[in-house]
Design a protein around this ligand. Sequence first.
Ligand SMILES: N[C@@H](CCC(=O)N[C@@H](CS)C(=O)NCC(=O)O)C(=O)O
Length: 204
Amino acid sequence: MKLYQNPLSPNARRPALVAQHLGIAIESVAVDFKELRSPEFLKVNPAGRIPVLVDGDFVLTESRAIMQFLASKKPGLVPEGERARADVARWQFWDAEHFSAPLSTLAFEKLLKPMMGMGEPSESAITEALTRYERSAKVVDAHLGKSEWLVGSSMTIADLSVAASLTYAVPSGAPLDPYTHLRAWFGRIRELPAWKSTEPKPGG
Ligand SMILES: N[C@@H](CCC(=O)N[C@@H](CS)C(=O)NCC(=O)O)C(=O)O
């Protein structure tokens, strides 16, 4: 299996976390962001985005779908029972729509724009993203006040999905301090060898 990724991408980090945590061998193909619109890469993913998993003739895009595919190969990150599995999907969809989206905007405005010389950060986009982030952070914080992990009694791909969205939270100015339970849970995730080995290393 090949995973097209970039080590700075939080989206690509999701499947990488699952593969590392479960010890699934994948061949990592690093794609420069500038190559995402190249004719070669558009043959792999016409949407011009990473991550992409290629398993023989099966091509899978969307980081959370790739997580599900990889996690189905080995036990450990998907709970038993249809309700628990639906709850994992619920948190992954919630992450995509309500958590990762505002955090991506913040990272784009506060980190990527200055880094790439793409103009001034938009204050209105930042304010709106912060409002959306804080609303979601309250939801997940309250949930984690009642249980150590997002679904059931052990870590699942739901936790890794949501955690990957926080990759650039602190340098992007998304506050974690007010959210005690979120912070404690994130602290546990940050101790994982898989988290450490997938930490983005800007410039290297
Ligand atoms: N919903 C997709 C988002 C993928 C995505 O947007 N990846 C970024 C890198 S973090 C990308 O490829 N961006 C290229 C672009 O926007 O042109 C997923 O979860 O895989």
